[in-house]
Design a protein around this ligand. Structure first.
Ligand SMILES: Nc1ncnc2c1ncn2[C@@H]1O[C@H](COP(=O)(O)OP(=O)(O)O)[C@@H](O)[C@H]1O
Ligand SMILES: [Mg+2]
Length: 232
């Protein structure tokens, strides 16, 4: 499945954040979306996933204009989002969090798929999600998305605030997703690691694409120093 942003402009209450953004996520590819804080990375993922309606421009999936469709419609088409802050329900149990995103009648198979990806969740199905460790909450967020077998996954800083060992586990899982053929649009503070698994990279600054090309063309250290300031 090919995801395209075409000349997207978007913002909040009169403020323009994205200015004419063009981006392509080709089938079965990993695309890193990099840029400093406030560049508009989260806003772009929100527009692509249907959480925010663009002012102009379009979101296109396999040549079909899907602009304005809801997040659940888009996820049904195979485009799913792991949002900033994880998007899980902290007061519900792990099982309830998984069931909420399962197709009716397929709850058991969905939970099995989630637990297969992250066995630790299997031991905690009855636990209230808000009492999981940060790493386990992120595993739950990833597992909920994985369970839906998406073709394209938008990932917003999924390693944020986690211990190095957990970050390793998460990157290993991202590589599994990619190996299984899913496309990833990856917003990451760990620039070097993101570029290691990425085929293509986009650099966003002040809502505009300032670089688009192959990931190997970018110098991670220079980007980290110049644009991001942290995250090697
Ligand atoms: N809900 C919101 N309402 C108003 N402005 C917002 C909102 N979310 C983000 N912004 C603004 O949009 C700009 C881009 O933010 P964001 O997309 O979160 O950037 P990034 O993810 O690259 O750090 C920032 O100036 C931010 O303050
Ligand atoms: Mg962000």
């Amino acid at each position: 499945m090919t995801l395209e942003a075409r000349d997207l402009t978007a913002g909040y209450a009169g403020t323009t954040v994205l200015r004419g953004v063009d981006l392509v996520v080709p089938p079965s590819s990993v695309v890193a979306l990099l840029g400093p804080n406030g560049a508009g990375k989260t806003t772009l993922l929100r527009v692509l996933s249907g959480l925010l309606t663009p002012t102009s421009g379009s979101v296109v999936l396999d040549g079909v204009d899907v602009t304005g469709e809801s997040p659940s419609q888009l996820c049904g088409r195979g485009l799913c989002h792991v949002p900033e802050g994880r998007g899980i329900f902290p007061s519900l149990t792990v099982r309830e969090n998984l069931v909420l995103l399962s197709t009716a009648g397929k709850e058991k198979a969905s939970i099995e798929r989630a637990v297969h990806a992250f066995p630790r969740l299997g031991e905690r199905l009855g636990q209230v999600a808000g009492t999981l460790s940060g790493g386990e909450q992120q595993m739950l967020a990833l597992a909920r998305t994985y369970m839906q077998s998406p073709s394209v996954i938008l990932l917003d800083e999924v390693s944020m605030g986690l211990a190095p060992r957990i970050v390793d586990d998460i990157f290993t899982f991202l590589e599994v997703l990619a190996a299984e053929g899913a496309s990833l649009l990856l917003v990451e503070q760990y620039v070097t690691r993101a570029l290691q698994i990425a085929d293509y990279a986009y650099l966003l600054n002040r809502g505009s694409v300032v670089f688009a090309g192959e990931a190997c063309e970018l110098d991670a250290d220079a980007i980290a120093a110049e644009y991001i300031g942290t995250g090697h």
